[in-house]
Design a protein around this ligand. Structure first.
Ligand code: ARG
Length: 596
């Protein structure tokens, strides 16, 4: 058959017409990898490997000619004591499933080709009927997942590290929900500790009320930096700071009033960032929230004979491979770890979580290891449900950024810069666009969030505003733009059809050029699972880039508004791509402008 004949045969093939409303009554189409794993399992004469294992071995071949999915037979060969090539041949010969058109043995691999018309049509129909629910877990009620994230420290600017925690945490919350859990988002604000004593001492010495009211965060930061600079030559200052903190812990009126003031001003400043990023919390329970739960924790540790004296301080041995966990200082004040113990106990009692995640930089690894170990020693079996979700550093010119020395970049400014740049872009390319301000905000913020989430969580990210503000290549705006472009197509078609959108959701046939796009669309639900299981939002970000690239190349190859029999199906491809891109962006907490 020549290419043209093949194409014609292809276009003639689909006879069955599936309407979305009918589809809704059917069970979800199974995932292709699962279909393949089932088929291999059935083709085997005796059970040598579990189906789960076979599923995990299935690969997506790099080259089209190697099929849609491939199964390597090496592991089976070991179990069956047979040559992998021989097994591949046997399996290929016996494999059968109505979705699978062809199975081929190539060396030690079984390559399968799906029936493009049937499999493709069913996927599109499924997406169009489920809309944003496509890829959502069908199981409900698997419990609550507490996610402790963002958690900036008051009286300090919202750092780049906190930005990472914020965007990763929010994405994990969205992914948890998509996977059937109920997410509980908690901001464990750093609003207690010795640093507030230092700030109070500094404010009393050098502070100016008017300045602080006008520029709270930068003024507090300046005081903090000055305190540390002067303390280097004047150790008496440190003692003063400690005294102020003790006054705070013993509920001294003046100390409390200052603390509350610093806290309120800081929260107002953080709120601006959260609003820009579209972040909300179910609870803001900072370190100070646990003040009246501290003595109970210390007492429980004592009752369980875990507390030890060490140079006047109180510690718990966390394990042979770790230094002891500091619970109470010599002066009786409690510590970060003690507050985290109280927080964990409180959360278990309040939310009865299935798991509790802490989205906090990798430099706090030891802290969380100690925390989990101490809870285990206290006899709480659920300590195993606590997970530290670390992430890499943000580097500036290859070095870690530090607040102490005042080297800090104001996040709000970075986001504002991104928005301004997006606005400039739009004004150049599409000055007629309605709601330019709103779209610019969605694009600018999307660029900042995506820039972070496309990196694997543990990788260090070089802080570079120019990179953050790049809108071409593998970026959030590129994905947003792809969705908006597809949207425009659909609108044009709707105008042509007199606005009958429902009609377009009828998939009658599928064109061959769309196959790469369809294969990717099919993978979305399993990518949602993979992203959550590995706690890795970058899985979704990378997937969205691949899908955008595939769709843009499809768009370049075929005329979608072709006016012929294929138009509907091509629109169904475009419509499905919009749904999945939007939903993927939503999981990353990025909005999709209708037009841009
Ligand atoms: N405020 C801390 C910091 O900025 C992060 C808190 C993380 N959460 C926790 N439960 N320890 O380093």
């Amino acid at each position: 058959m020549c290419a043209r004949q093949k194409k014609e045969a292809w276009e003639r093939k689909p006879e069955r017409k599936l309407i979305t409303s009918k589809f809704a009554e059917r069970k979800r189409t199974m995932e292709w990898k699962q279909i393949f794993a089932d088929a291999i399992f059935a083709a085997m004469k005796k059970t040598a490997l579990e189906k789960k294992v076979m599923y995990s071995l299935i690969e997506h071949p790099k080259h089209e000619q190697h099929g849609d999915l491939a199964f390597p037979c090496f592991q089976l060969a070991k179990h069956l004591r047979k040559a992998p090539n021989k097994i591949a041949e046997e399996l290929a010969a016996n494999l059968s499933n109505s979705y699978i058109e062809k199975a081929e043995a190539v060396g030690p691999y079984v390559n399968v080709f799906f029936h493009k018309a049937t499999a493709g049509r069913d996927i599109l129909t499924e997406i169009l009927s489920e809309q944003g629910e496509y890829g959502s877990s069908k199981q409900r009620g698997k419990g609550k997942v507490v996610i402790d994230f963002s958690s900036p420290n008051i009286a300090k600017p919202f750092s780049m590290g906190h930005l990472r925690s914020t965007v990763i945490g929010q994405a994990l919350a969205n992914l948890a929900e998509k996977n059937g859990y109920q997410a509980v988002k908690i901001n464990h604000l750093g609003d207690w500790g010795t640093q507030f004593g230092k700030l109070m001492a500094a404010y009393k010495k050098w502070g100016d009320e008017r300045e602080l009211k006008a520029q709270p965060i930068s003024t507090l930061l300046k005081l903090y930096v000055r305190f540390h600079e002067e303390a280097e030559n004047n150790p008496k200052l440190l003692a003063e700071g400690r005294q102020w903190f003790q006054r705070l812990e013993t509920k001294d009126r003046e100390a409390e009033a200052l603390w509350r003031w610093f806290r309120d001003e800081s929260i107002k400043a953080f709120e601006k960032v959260y609003q820009l990023l579209g972040i909300t919390f179910d609870a803001v329970q900072g370190e100070s929230f646990y003040n009246d739960r501290m003595s109970a924790v210390v007492k429980e540790l004592e009752d369980k004979h875990l507390l030890e004296e060490s140079d006047g301080a109180k510690v718990v041995q966390a394990g042979d491979d770790m230094p002891p966990c500091l619970i109470q200082k010599t002066d009786g004040t409690t510590l970060y770890a003690t507050r985290d113990l109280a927080a964990a106990l409180y959360r278990k009692q309040e939310y009865d979580f299935a798991s509790c995640m802490y989205v906090v930089g990798g430099e706090q690894q030891l802290h969380f290891q100690q925390l989990f170990a101490v809870l285990e020693k206290m006899g709480y079996s659920w300590a195993g449900d606590l997970v530290h979700v670390p992430f890499g550093l943000i580097l500036k010119d290859g070095k870690k950024m530090s607040t102490r020395k005042g080297k800090i970049i104001f996040l709000e400014r970075v986001i504002q810069e991104a928005i301004d740049k997006a606005k400039k872009n739009i004004l150049e390319k599409n000055p007629q666009l309605p709601d330019i301000g709103e779209v610019a905000e969605q694009v600018g913020v999307g660029a900042v969030i995506f820039h972070d989430l496309k990196n694997e969580r543990m990788g260090n990210v070089e802080f570079n505003v120019n990179h953050m503000l790049t809108f071409e290549g593998e970026t959030g705006p590129y994905v947003q733009y792809t969705a908006a472009r597809a949207q425009t197509l659909l609108e044009k078609a709707r105008l042509k059809e007199g606005g009958s959108a429902a009609e377009m959701e009828t998939v009658t046939m599928v064109d061959e050029e769309a196959w790469e796009v369809i294969k990717l669309l099919e993978q979305f639900p399993s990518e949602v699972v993979r992203a959550y299981e590995s706690l890795e939002p970058s899985v979704i970000a990378k997937y969205l880039v691949r899908l955008s690239q595939a769709f843009n190349s499809y768009y370049g190859k075929v005329k979608i508004l072709s006016g012929d029999a294929m138009e509907r199906s091509r629109l169904a491809v475009a419509g499905s791509v919009i749904i999945v891109l939007k939903e993927g962006l939503r999981l990353l907490n990025i909005q999709s402008p209708q037009k841009m």
